[in-house]
Design a protein around this ligand. Structure first.
Ligand SMILES: [Zn+2]
Length: 462
């Protein structure tokens, strides 16, 4: 099994504790470890650790009512997907984190503290400080609020954790293990998590915490709820230029692993770098680690993209292996490269790109560049009446193809660059073509009407 280990520059990996010279080690892993959170070297979430029977108290901050209670943090269970609010604890949207105290009940020789989180976007990464205390010092305060420095009232700082990546929104699973290079971290009765939001501009920047484990050095060997009979099936590979790494996770659909390896892998290897090259913009670097995962919980949605991840609906793919499966992945890879969520973080005045364009660009690339031979986005007599430039998906893809051929071969690159920065404006069409987008839409439709001989009903084209 291959899991990416990303050691972020933002993580302080080493703290010296003055008394012992032992070094605290913070090991963060981001990736896709499947439903069991298999993200080595961080252990899988345990269901018999010292936190399982500990008392968790909300010291400061407000729980988001859409999420679970503090109980979900130490029940040994983790969510089965990236957007399961009720299986996570998180602080209320629009607030900045808070503090959680863990009362271990007795002085405990803490070997490791492991934290797990999972979300497709900015709520994935973890940002917190871990304090610990044996509760014995003079002036010890068991529940210091945010305006009180824990170190002023009997706590010591064990570690600072920040798993936010330098690029991208950090969506995916995050697992962090805090340990000591030299035996247990220390003997503690209480732990305090001082949790911050991950994203100052995003109201939804409070991490989806799935589980907190405290491993007792004198406790039983950790056991796990995770389904050990569904072994992760992960295929990792690189693009030809070595610049991009991909993981196909077929754990949820072992029967599709071979198809993914032989049929999907070459498409991803060839087309992801191509799409990146087609859609450049200043200062932008596309995600370098992309995970494609089969899922069984997507309902009627064939495929979706989230951060640097592509979700593939196993049931739908089984029926479409020889038809639309590969093309749908190309479409989703374009969303990964578009990275329009970035604008919310980099531009406080970001304009939301209209949905028809967000979907039209992937379908333009898919139907006109990746698989033009299938003619999947043609305007025909059958759909001519409904052909509007902003009808989204393949119809808007057709409009973009026409613009590229008749007005400006760089227009998709240019409009994408503006959209990525949150600078989309209808004025851009006029600047670049001399016409409003509505006028262009009329011209485009006229071209199709003439080609199809709208006045001569017998002249069905193609
Ligand atoms: Zn889409």
């Amino acid at each position: 099994m291959n899991i990416r280990h990303l050691f972020y520059a933002g993580v302080s990996t080493v703290f010296l504790t003055a008394s012992t010279q032992a070094a605290i080690k913070v090991t963060p892993v981001q990736g896709d470890g499947g439903p069991g959170f298999s993200l080595k070297p961080v252990p899988t979430p345990a269901n018999n650790d010292a936190a399982t029977s500990a008392t968790f108290t909300l010291v400061d901050g407000t729980r988001d009512p859409n999420g679970g209670s503090l109980d979900v943090l130490h029940d040994g269970r983790v969510p089965s997907g990236e957007d399961e609010p009720a299986a996570n604890f998180f602080f209320r949207s629009g607030t900045d984190g808070g503090r959680i105290q863990i009362d271990l009940g007795t002085a405990t020789s803490v070997k490791q503290v492991n934290s797990y989180s999972w979300h497709g976007g900015t709520r994935g990464p973890q940002v917190y400080r871990l304090f610990a205390s044996d509760g014995s010092g003079d002036g010890f305060q068991a529940t210091p609020k945010k305006d009180t420095d824990p170190m002023s009232c009997g706590w010591k700082l064990v570690a600072s954790v920040d798993t936010r990546p330098k690029e991208g929104d950090g969506g995916g699973q995050h697992a962090v293990s805090i340990s000591d290079t030299d035996g247990p971290i220390g003997k503690f009765h209480y732990l305090l998590l001082d949790i911050a939001k991950t994203e100052p501009r995003d109201a939804f920047g409070n991490t989806f915490y799935s589980e907190i484990d405290v491993i007792d050095a004198d406790g039983p060997a950790p056991t796990s709820n995770s389904v050990s009979d569904s072994k992760p099936i992960l295929k990792t590979f690189e693009a030809a230029n070595g610049q991009y790494q991909f993981t196909i996770n077929a754990t949820a659909a072992p029967d599709l692993a071979e198809w993914a390896e032989t049929e999907l892998r070459p498409v991803v290897q060839e087309w992801y770098p191509k799409i990146v090259a087609m859609l450049p913009s200043e200062g932008f670097r596309a995600a370098t680690n992309v995970t494609l995962r089969f899922r069984n919980d997507m309902g009627g949605i064939p495929a979706s993209a989230s951060g640097a991840g592509v979700n593939m609906n196993s049931q739908w793919f089984r029926k479409e292996l020889k038809r639309e499966a590969r093309g749908s992945v190309v479409h989703e890879l374009v969303h990964v490269v578009q990275s329009y969520g970035r604008a919310r973080r980099t531009n406080p005045d970001a304009i939301r790109t209209p949905g028809w364009l967000t979907e039209g660009i992937p379908d333009y690339i898919r139907w006109f560049l990746y698989e033009p031979q299938t003619k999947g986005a043609e305007i025909t007599k059958r759909n001519l009446a409904n052909a509007r430039y902003d009808a989204s998906y393949r119809v808007s893809g057709n409009f973009l193809d026409w613009l590229v051929r008749t007005h400006d071969k760089d227009i998709v690159r240019k409009i994408n660059a503006a959209a990525r920065e949150g600078n989309y404006s209808e004025k851009l069409w006029k600047d670049w073509t001399g016409k409003t987008v509505q006028e262009l839409g009329v011209d485009w439709k006229k071209t199709h009407e003439q080609r199809l001989g709208a006045d001569k009903p017998s002249a069905e084209a193609k």
